[in-house]
Design a protein around this ligand. Structure first.
Ligand code: HEM
Length: 346
């Protein structure tokens, strides 16, 4: 484990080290899970903007009792039954989008991202009439969290979007067991955690479809493992401790490189094998108390997209090797992926 000064954190990359850090949330806090640099930026902002930025700290950056309290309420929206009920709606959206695909498009911005966002809007019960409004204030928020560069313009648009987000979801009737601030922050957490992650996964699936997609469930797991659509998150030591024999002082940060753990050769190899047994589990959705809340929903979207895309026939315009990936520490997926309807034989 080495300290990486450019991100201000030790990088944890071995599977066993990752599991032990993720399994000890009292020692490794999630309070700066998006990284120490964001925390430093927050401290330099005017108070009103600090308040808006603090809304980003919800479930994913809560610890201990606070985390359990919010997670218990959030879980209601993600039970197996709720997710199963969403599957047909997802399939209808995917079929509609595929039926409209009669020319070359960028699969990332023209298919995966709108689908992922539309499913989150369903989770948040945004009425049809408000979908365009929802998209307009959510997009600048996502441009900051998943964009390649934070310019003053991106930051300005982000705060404008956040102000509208807060006004809109301030009235939400979801998660009413929680106080208003937590309700709002949870809605935001679902958007931020569930949109670009899924976009990355769907795009990576289409990119690797040619490598053999049966059984579909196994193919989806392998793409999550090998591509790790969210590459990793941070933890902060709550006490002096050690990881893999390296001392970590209280207050120091760790970057949990799930993507590296998912390719740790003492546990896995780099071959995409849809038949690979699910044990030991990959870390693409994390592990332990913060294990991805939306994992089953993401898997459902992924399975439906693979099935429908295979049925419909979609091909890459360029060779997979020519695809450019996003330049981002956490969000990992193709930046653009040109596809077109496949030519049917005969
Ligand atoms: C392919 C898609 C996805 C990937 C790869 C992914 C990945 C992850 C990972 C790695 C974590 C753990 C973070 C940590 O330990 O610090 C996580 C947590 C979380 N994810 Fe996902 N996610 C995906 C989709 C979704 C979706 C669709 C939603 C919601 C609709 C969602 C909501 C969340 C939330 C709320 C958490 C925080 C849970 C907690 O702290 O208790 N994710 N996700």
């Amino acid at each position: 484990m080495e300290f990486e000064p450019t991100i201000g954190a030790y990088v944890v990359s071995r599977y066993d080290h990752l599991r032990s850090v993720l399994g000890a949330p009292e020692t490794f806090s999630s309070r700066h899970m998006a990284g120490p640099q964001l925390a430093a930026l927050a401290a330099s902002l005017p108070l009103e903007q600090q308040r808006l930025l603090a809304l980003m700290s919800s479930l994913n950056s809560a610890d201990g009792f606070d985390h359990t309290r919010i997670r218990r309420v959030a879980n209601q929206k993600f039970t197996p039954m709720v997710v199963r009920r969403m599957a047909e709606g997802i399939r209808a959206k995917v079929r509609k989008a595929l039926a409209e695909l009669d020319h070359e498009i960028d699969f990332v911005s023209g298919f995966a991202a709108p689908l992922a966002l539309s499913v989150i809007a369903d989770v948040l019960e945004v009425p049809d009439a408000d979908r365009e409004l929802f998209r307009s204030f959510v997009q600048p928020v996502l441009d900051l969290t998943n964009g390649e560069e934070v310019t003053p313009e991106v930051l300005g648009a982000y705060f404008a979007g956040m102000t509208e987000f807060a006004a809109y979801f301030g009235r939400t009737q979801l998660f009413t067991e929680l106080p208003e601030r937590d309700r709002l922050a949870l809605c935001l957490a679902l958007v931020v955690a569930g949109t670009d992650s899924t976009t990355n996964l769907l795009s990576s699936l289409v990119l690797r479809l040619g490598e053999g997609a049966a059984p579909v469930e196994g193919f989806v797991e392998e793409v999550i493992r090998l591509e790790s659509p969210f590459r990793g998150f941070f933890r902060t030591a709550t006490t002096d401790t050690a990881v893999g024999g390296v001392r970590v002082a209280e207050g120091e940060h760790l970057f949990l490189d799930f993507a590296a753990g998912n390719r740790d050769t003492s546990v896995f190899d780099e071959v995409l094998d849809p038949q690979r047994p699910p044990v030991p589990p990959h870390l693409g959705f994390g592990y332990g108390t913060h294990y991805c809340l939306g994992a089953q929903l993401a898997r459902t979207e992924a399975r439906v997209v693979v099935e429908e895309v295979l049925g419909h026939g979609v091909e890459l315009v360029d060779a997979a090797a020519a695809v450019r990936y996003r330049r981002h520490l956490i969000s990992h997926g193709p930046a653009e992926l040109m596809v077109r309807p496949a030519k049917r034989p005969g």
